[in-house]
Design a protein around this ligand. Sequence first.
Ligand code: C5P
Length: 227
Amino acid sequence: MTAEDPAVPVLTIDGPSGSGKGTVARAVATRMGWHFLDSGALYRAVGLAAGWADIDFSDADALARCARDTVVRFVSGDMTAEPRVLVNGTDVTDELRTETAGAAASAIAAVPSVREALFAKQRAFRRLPGLVADGRDMGTVIFPEAQYKVFLTASAEERAARRHKQLSEKGLAVKIDGLLREIRARDARDADRAIAPLRAAADAILLDSTGIPVDEVVERVVSLLPA
Ligand code: C5P
């Protein structure tokens, strides 16, 4: 069974950060027993690795080499927990979720040769019995032939409130208006960039999760898939 085999079903879930797509995509993958691709984690990993190697973020060739050479491993203890993420053998699970890693990811993600270097690595996740792919361009660029596509959104205010709650639960005091500004800035950067801008595939189902509990969003997505 190869990565190009149409017999391997693919569900793509794209959308802005904080739309809940990570949580929803992971829950759907667990329910279906399918593989899971967290493409944002790949970009974050390359951003971190480029920082470690002191690569100048304007040096596209060095960034592309870094994207090709960086080894990212997702290690799951059990299916329900989020996997640990190892970048070149180092466990960076917590570091990867920081705003610094997110900003680095967003910067290197705008470089065409970096996206090209990650293309085959992402396609390789397509294995039986199926794949849930979470990102920004899963349904438009990486798996345009996917049988199931969802574009998940939520208002910027709701996304800032969710992020605020997450951080508060970790004991971190952060102002909500700062988060809202960061979210809007990142949305604009991701939507306006020349390469693979954040947009829904023409054949994606649009789902706005504002005010909808995550369990219900998961149910709606699962209902699109074969029983
Ligand atoms: O989804 P996550 O917040 O982890 O992604 C971090 C950044 O990586 C995004 O802001 C975006 O710039 C970039 N990204 C991307 N294409 C993807 C996934 C993430 O450009 N498929």
